[in-house]
Design a protein around this ligand. Sequence first.
Ligand code: PLP
Length: 398
Amino acid sequence: MPKLNENYLNLKASYLFSEIAHRVAAYSEAHPDQKIIRLGIGDVTLPLGASVIKGLHEGVDAMASKETFKGYGPEQGYEFVRDAIVDYYARNGITIHAKEIFISDGAKSDTGNITDLFDRDNVVLIPDPVYPVYVDTNTMNGRNITYINATAENNFLPMPDENLAVDIIYICSPNNPTGAAYNKEQLKVWVDYALKNNAVLLYDSAYECFITDPTLPRSIFEIEGARKCAIEFCSLSKTAGFTGTRCGYTIVPTELEFTASTGAVMNLNAMWNRRQSTKFNGVSYIVQSGAAAAFTEEGMADCKKNIAYYQENAKLLADLMTRKGIRYYGGVNSPYIWLECPNGMESWEFFDYLLNNAQVVGTPGAGFGNNGKYFFRLTSFGSREATLEAIERLEKLL
Ligand SMILES: *Cc1c(COP(=O)(O)O)cnc(C)c1O
């Protein structure tokens, strides 16, 4: 009999979004005539931009002729995409090198797979609340997790203190679900902490494109010293609407290395390269052709248009909260509105209340961690019509 990975027994029984789907399905079945508006899952709704579509078509055409057909590509991604990302970062004033960029099918896989590089015996620091993938993947590996509280008191931006003793630190900024974004001074404190304590920072910048405040950093590599302690994960999912097209990238600086117990120096860029070459065969040429187009100036201009549309939705939702006197966070440098459930309701209670009385679906904060128990996430990724209709219903209800 195989010995199973019993760490799976420690995972929370139901993944957040399946529980939501389950409750929505039960409600729909009981009330088949009610129209439900979904502002729950963080999934985009606008079609891909014109440049990306053109890039994808070019990719398809290349596959149709003998001269340009592509078989297996480099596991790390095609040079033309890595170079396009180097240029994209350079336009934002950040120097990274093509060999530090690894193209993948998305940031969910990479933030989960990165755990392959670390021993089980590490203390992992994860903010509460946050994107559930960090907790679940480390739980699958049986790793010890320490939580750091993100609460209204610290504006959902927890900072390290002297007593903190951890090896691996996850940061998601702008944050899913709270919408909070660290400034440069705050990230410098985290980088200095990591350097001083020989820790590694795993920085998820999936929402960097939603940053509107020009003083806020869009990459951890804007912070001095980060090249010696940080890995950055990013994705085209929210930037370019690639949630269904699938493409992301991870940046592992060549300077990032630690000394092994044998005294050998282990380089994380070399390790990730080895890991990806062994377990991954690259992203489809067609998708990479579309991805490269997204990183051009023209492609980014298309992306910005879609992002501006979602930002307007966020503003409309935020204005509703202001009118109703409901305390909320995010919505400015983030597509999410993180609101305090009214009348002291708990998040699942508020979920049921909105579903039953307004047929609006959001995401209960409890699904992102204990500190989300009295909070609720609404996304701006819906259509304008759906967002406006949800606002109209909530205007009456709340
Ligand atoms: C949406 C999201 C991602 C992107 O995941 P993909 O696999 O690239 O679609 C990564 N991190 C966070 C925090 C997210 O919310």
